[in-house]
Structures are given as C-alpha cells and as structure tokens.
Write a protein that binds this ligand. Structure first.
Ligand code: SAM
Length: 164
C-alpha cells in the first residue's frame, strides 16, 4: 500500500469512527461537550462541528496552525501541552464529555504507548457515562468498553471506547 493509500484509509477511518460515535451519542441523548485533542489543520474539528452544531467543542492544541476558518475562539481553546491543560479541563468538565477525539499520536510507537498511558486517566475521568472516546492510539481507559468499529475500518487502525 502506498503512503497515499495509507493516508486516505486513515482519514476514512477517522471519519467513519467519528460519524459512528456521533450517531450513538445523539441516538442515546448522551449530553455534554466534545473534546478535540489535536487541532492540526482543523479537518476533524470542522467535521465534528458540522455533525454536532449544538454542542460546545473544546480543543486542545500546543501550537495552533489550522486553516483560519477552523480555529476555535479563546473560550474553547486549551492552548499548550495536553499534560498541562488536561488537569485544567478536568477541574471544569469532570465526567461531562459526551465525545472525546484524540489524534495526537506520532510515528514513534514507544512514544505513542507512553502518551496513551499518560492520557488514559485524564480521558477516563473526562468522559460522561455513555461517553465515547475515538482515538488514533489505543488508550487503555480502566473500565471502558471496546466498541465495534465500523465495518470499513481495519481493527487497530482507529479505536473506539465507551464509558459504561
Ligand atoms: N485531527 C487533526 C485534523 O484533522 O486536522 C490533525 C491532528 S495532528 C495529526 C496532531 C496535532 O496534535 C498537531 O497539531 C500537534 O501540534 C498536536 N499535538 C501533538 N501532541 C500534543 C500535545 N502533547 N499537546 C498538545 N497538542 C499536541
């Protein structure tokens, strides 16, 4: 598979998983805001805000470099390293997030495993009951349930977990 094929599949997996999570939280009326970890150029942020126009979306990013149309206002931006900003978010949103999308991994597997282990306790606490985590990395949240991925998504390419 070419790198282009791989990039396309990754983006398709992201979209399919986000759409599946949106459908679930809307169908089951899981209330609460959305947390987007990693603004990047704002593609998934833009997709989520289109899909969930009534929800507040809080974005975590250490250096904003997104398309100008895809930059949240200051009230919805946690600027800085997530390990500095997640504790601040927890103080406000403990147990409240209906959807978290985390897309801050890199090509370094060892670093990703360390990152995922570090994120797990924060994201586990941020999630509302019934809330869903969609992530590029396998984030081992204690007590969370693995959700079946959409059929088009190869296992391991993206991840979906839910707080019971
Ligand atoms: N989902 C985005 C999109 O659709 O455009 C792409 C996200 S990009 C792959 C990852 C982003 O995460 C980068 O903008 C990077 O600056 C940010 N990031 C990575 N590690 C971070 C950290 N520890 N704290 C805050 N932001 C981080």
């Amino acid at each position: 598979m070419s790198r282009l094929d791989s990039a396309i599949r990754r983006l398709e997996a992201q979209r399919s998983c986000l759409d599946a999570a949106v459908t679930l939280i809307e169908a089951e009326s899981v209330a609460g805001p959305v947390m987007e970890l990693g603004l990047g150029n704002g593609r998934t942020y833009d997709h989520i805000r289109e899909a969930l126009p009534e929800r507040e979306i809080f974005v975590f990013e250490r250096k904003v470099a997104a398309h100008p149309d895809c930059i949240p206002d200051q009230e919805h931006l946690f600027l800085g390293d997530v390990f500095e900003t997640l504790p601040l978010a927890l103080a406000r949103f403990d147990g409240m997030a209906a959807l978290i999308h985390a897309d801050i991994g890199s090509g370094d597997e060892a670093a990703n495993a360390k990152l995922a282990a570090g994120l797990a306790p924060y994201l586990g606490r941020l999630l509302a009951p019934g809330g869903i985590l969609v992530s590029d990395q396998n984030i081992p949240i204690a007590g969370a349930i693995d959700l079946a991925l959409p059929e088009s998504v190869r296992p391991g390419r993206y991840h979906m977990r839910r707080r019971p």
